[in-house]
Design a protein around this ligand. Structure first.
Ligand code: NAP
Length: 360
């Protein structure tokens, strides 16, 4: 039987909370929220002494009631998480390679670290008696592979009952890595009874980051939009968007609400690429080479690599609507999602401030 008192927000979880990949775009907001609540955080990073990766976390911790300790851990090291997890009641497993474009070797660079990392973190949880709940940062890409998959299901939108059955190493390997990792996590959770698993499945995460972070997929999409990669016209692509601060809040509620269970789709709103461009033009004016029209599917498929996707991904996503049901997160976790336009605008403003996007 699970000891649920440890998860009750009024009681405070037993011991510190572990956050893997603590320096990441999402995890940084999560660490901030945990520290603000007065929770002590054990964060794992690949190099705790790299100020470019950890300086912002240490600065945040200075102003918060909770304490932060950083530990070195790599997903590929089976024993790397033991010291960091010692005494923790909660484990947030966020670390995973987020490489969607230009992957040299998908098995080696994405799938292996994601799945082996999940196994290593959960095996560590199995031998750490204090752990009561694990919150896994999964993704909507563990729910669907390509937008065209919506035509294969009975519902008119994807929800927590659906699984990605169409990605593989040669097509959407990142999506495949998230699917395999989440499935492994559920199998490992079911094989024991001390800790329970809650998965959060965010869409494309946008909104201001807490560090100068240039690799997350959301940053690349916004940067390409602002720098003219779609200047000739926007592909007919939909993005299921969620704000990074809402994702952090979703993690927190998934961890601290005793009744949280299963999977939670974290998607605020779906916006098309052209709509994102319209939102940016309305706010920032005409100084950027933002698309003003959509281009045909045929043209997008032909030029797909120029916008960072393969021909097959273009074929299976362009022109197909993407819809998600976020009711579980709204009703069971009580989340209120920010309008996607707000996240788009604030994210773009940060790219401008950081000099990653420049007006003409
Ligand atoms: P991120 O900033 O790139 O964070 C990824 C984290 O994983 C970083 O801390 C990274 O460390 C760490 N990591 C990668 N490979 C590792 C390895 N071999 N060993 C140890 N740590 C490793 O991206 P994010 O957006 O915050 O992603 C966090 C989680 O959210 C991931 O699980 C991702 O799949 C999921 N997610 C993201 C989105 C999105 O749109 N951003 C949407 C849905 C789900 P380094 O900094 O050292 O590389």
């Amino acid at each position: 039987m699970l000891d649920r008192t440890v998860l009750d927000p009024t009681v405070r979880p037993g011991g510190p909370a572990l956050v893997t990949g603590a320096n990441g775009y999402i995890a940084s907001w999560l660490v901030k929220r945990l520290l603000e609540r007065g929770l002590d955080v054990h964060g794992t990073v690949r190099d705790p002494r790299d100020p470019a990766k950890t300086g912002h976390l240490r600065a945040i911790a200075r102003d918060c009631p909770g304490t932060l300790s950083l530990f070195r851990a790599d997903l590929l090291d089976p024993d790397g998480f033991d010291r960091a997890m010692e005494g923790c009641g909660l484990v947030f497993h966020t670390a995973s390679p987020l490489i969607v474009r230009e992957v040299d070797d998908p098995g080696r660079d994405v799938i292996e670290p994601a799945t082996r990392g999940t196994r290593h973190v959960l095996e560590t949880a199995n031998r750490t008696p204090s752990v009561r709940r694990v919150v896994l940062t999964s993704s909507i890409v563990a729910i669907y592979g390509d937008a065209v998959d919506l035509e294969e299901i009975e519902a008119d939108r994807f929800d927590e009952n659906h699984w990605n059955t169409t990605s593989h190493e040669g097509h959407q390997p990142y999506s495949y890595s998230k699917t395999l990792s989440e499935q492994l996590a559920w199998r490992m959770a079911d094989a024991q009874a001390r800790w329970d698993l809650v998965a959060v499945n965010p869409g494309l995460v946008l909104g201001p980051g807490l560090s100068r972070h240039t690799n997350a997929e959301g940053v690349l999409i916004m940067r390409d939009l602002g720098n003219g990669s779609h200047g000739f016209g926007a592909a007919q692509l939909d993005f299921a968007i969620v704000d990074v601060r809402d994702v952090a809040e979703g993690h927190l509620r998934a961890a601290l609400m005793p009744e949280a269970a299963g999977r939670y789709v974290l998607v605020g709103e779906t916006l098309s690429l052209i709509k994102m461009a319209d939102v940016l033009r309305a706010r920032f004016g005409d100084g950027f080479p933002l698309p003003r029209r959509t281009v045909s599917k045929r043209a997008t498929v032909m030029y797909a690599p120029r916008i960072g996707i393969t021909h097959a991904v273009a074929k299976r996503n362009v022109g197909y609507p993407l819809k998600f049901d976020n009711r579980r997160a709204r009703t069971d976790l009580g989340l209120r999602f920010r309008p996607a336009a707000e996240s788009v605008v604030e994210h773009f403003q940060q790219l401008l401030d950081d000099g990653l996007v420049r007006s003409r």
